[in-house]
Each structure stands twice: as structure tokens, then as C-alpha cells.
Ligand binder design. Structure first.
Ligand code: X2X
Length: 333
């Protein structure tokens, strides 16, 4: 449950003629947990948002950030934001899909061609459809999704040049059924692990490969335990900024406005950060020793089609969501 603190400092103020001896405690001290290192743009912009919200609420809303899986892995944080143990969480679409299945729709393999398609879909009808599904689980999803990025494949074994190179590959994927189904469809041997376990599982060779956007490979130092990076661009992934529904409904309207503005505008700035980072991150990672290659998507898409991946997920997501996706990206299968 969120700490709703009363104004303990009021009597002190009265005795000192309005000069505050004790800093006034916030009315709402809210906890936000996430799975990323503090150096990731998501944490940098969230910190800025927290400072802005504290100021614009005149000290009434104080958001405390717990980055880098301090409060547990994704599965734990998802449970905590549902129970009210924490107030905010930023699960990737893949992760919140364990609770709200349609949320994985943006992660359908090789669907989005570029960021224009991504943001017009996620800020438009497809995103609205997912937010409505999230609301049904008594979680509030802020309007603007934050960027994770296009996911790329790294390995300590060999570069992935075509779908055939996926055969038998021991690859870590997030705890989510869509990437499991997709990598099985490609012939790989995927294993679901929380992000908190990725570095060590690569280091100890529990798995040989993983897949993540380049900024994550950079801030989590995965280049230290991987050798090859294949620019597969297989999934576009983003973070939903979500709040516990009861906490959100209980917040006065004026504070809801301040919090939503702070978070949504920080999300838009974070998208720009990732965009800028995307221009330089590959050469930074090359400097750190990762060897890059750029496969064509054709063999992967072909393999997924013949494995029945698109048909299966069209059925699982339902025609309404699938039609919204295809309106944004064109026919998939
Ligand atoms: O766990 C991952 O791979 C990450 C960091 O991309 C997500 O949050 C899904």
C-alpha cells in the first residue's frame, strides 16, 4: 500500500511563525520499480520526471525510483504493482503480456518496418486497444509508451546470418510466451529468464545467446560476455509505464494531471534519447569488441510463415487486435 503521509510539520510551522523547521513530508510518497541500470535513458528521464512532478505538485507527490531490479525481477515487480506494494512499474510489452496477453501484439516478429510505423500505431488505435486491456486488470497505463527498441541477436558462438543459423541455438528470451513461440518457430532452443539473470547466465554459459536492443546491450555490458551481434531487428519492444489502479484512482485530479504530464513528456524525451543513441551505439559496441553483421529479414519471415507463427498468433490475439496491427504495418501472412 502507498504511504499517504500526513503533514507532520504543521504544528512546527505554527510555532515558528511560518518558518519551516522541518521539511514538509509529501502527501503521496510513491514507489517506482524498474529492471534497467541507472545509466539507461529510461532511468535518466524518469528521474527528471520525478523532480519535475515534485516541483509542480508543490512537494505533494514524491516519486522514489528503485532501478535495476532492486525490488526483484520483472515477475516480482508485476505482482507488486498489482498488489500496491509498489505504485509504478515499467514492464516491457513482452512482460506485461503474461498478465494482459494482447500487450505482446507489438512484438510480432518482423512486423514494424521503422519508428514511424511504431509510434503511429502505439500512439494511435493499436496502443489504445492495449491500454484498454491493461485497464481491465486494474492497472493504469500512461498514454505514451517508452522506447526499448528493435531487438537484436547476440551470441558467444557464431553470427546469425540466416534463419538456418538459429537451429538449436540456446538463446535467452524474456519471460513471455511470444518470444518462446517465435524462437521455437525459427528452430532455436529458447529459455525464458528474467533480465536480472541475463548477464550471469551468459557468463556461465547456461545460454549462448540473448536478444535485446543495442542500448540495453551497452548499459548492461552484455558485450563483455558476448562476441557477435546480428542486427536481426526481429521485434520492436517498448515499455508501458503503469500505475496501480487503486492508487491512481485515489489521486486528486490536479495531481493526476501533474503526474501524467510529467511522465508522458519524459517518455517522449526518452524516445528521442534512444533515437540519438541508435546513431552511435553500434560503433561504441564495435570499439568494445562486438562483431556485427546485418542479415536480411527474408529467411526469418519465410521460416516463421511456414512454421505457422503468424496464423497461430493471429488466433491468440484475436481479429480485432490483428486488424489494428495490419492497418499499421500491412499484411503479415
Ligand atoms: O528483459 C529484457 O530483455 C528487456 C530488458 O529487454 C525487457 O525488459 C524485456
Amino acid at each position: 500500500r502507498s504511504a499517504l503521509r500526513r503533514l507532520a510539520a504543521v504544528p512546527a510551522l505554527a510555532l515558528t511563525g511560518g518558518f519551516p523547521l522541518v521539511a514538509r513530508a509529501a502527501d503521496y510518497t510513491l514507489k517506482y520499480g524498474n529492471n534497467l541500470p541507472v545509466t539507461h535513458p529510461l532511468n535518466i528521464r524518469a528521474q527528471e520526471a520525478a523532480e519535475r512532478i515534485l516541483k509542480e505538485s508543490n512537494g505533494r507527490v514524491d516519486i522514489k525510483i528503485f532501478p535495476n531490479n532492486q525490488l526483484g525481477g520483472d515477475t516480482d515487480m508485476l505482482a507488486q504493482v498489482r498488489s500496491g506494494g509498489i505504485d509504478f512499474f515499467t514492464p516491457s510489452a513482452l512482460v506485461i503480456a503474461t498478465l494482459v496477453p494482447v500487450a505482446a501484439i507489438n512484438a510480432v516478429g518482423f512486423a514494424f518496418k521503422d519508428y514511424n510505423q511504431v509510434w503511429s500505431a502505439m500512439d494511435g488505435a493499436l496502443g489504445a486497444h492495449v491500454r484498454a486491456a491493461i485497464a481491465q486488470r486494474r492497472l493504469y497505463a500512461f498514454e505514451k509508451m517508452w522506447d526499448n527498441g528493435f531487438r537484436q541477436t547476440t551470441s558467444s558462438k557464431a553470427p546469425v546470418k540466416t534463419a538456418a543459423d538459429m537451429e538449436g541455438l540456446k538463446i535467452r528470451v524474456p519471460v513471455s510466451s511470444l518470444p518462446i513461440s517465435m524462437f521455437k518457430g525459427l528452430g532455436a532452443a529458447p529459455a525464458s529468464l528474467q533480465f536480472s539473470e541475463v548477464y550471469s547466465s551468459l557468463q556461465t554459459k547456461v545460454v549462448d545467446a540473448q536478444e535485446n536492443p543495442l542500448p540495453i546491450i551497452q548499459v548492461a555490458k552484455l558485450y563483455e560476455v558476448q562476441k557477435y551481434c546480428s542486427l536481426t531487428n526481429h521485434i520492436w519492444d517498448g515499455y508501458w509505464f503503469i500505475a496501480n489502479g487503486r492508487m491512481w484512482e485515489g489521486l486528486p485530479e490536479d495531481l493526476k494531471t501533474v503526474v501524467a504530464r510529467g511522465i508522458n513528456e519524459a517518455g517522449l524525451a526518452q524516445r528521442e534519447d534512444i533515437k540519438k543513441l541508435n546513431a552511435s551505439v553500434q560503433s561504441d559496441l564495435e570499439g568494445k569488441g562486438l562483431l556485427f553483421n546485418q542479415p536480411s529479414a527474408d529467411s526469418f519471415r519465410e521460416q516463421l510463415r511456414s512454421a505457422g507463427f503468424y496464423k497461430e498468433w493471429q488466433g491468440r490475439f484475436g481479429n480485432e487486435a490483428w486488424t489494428l496491427l495490419e492497418q499499421a504495418v500491412g499484411k503479415l501472412a
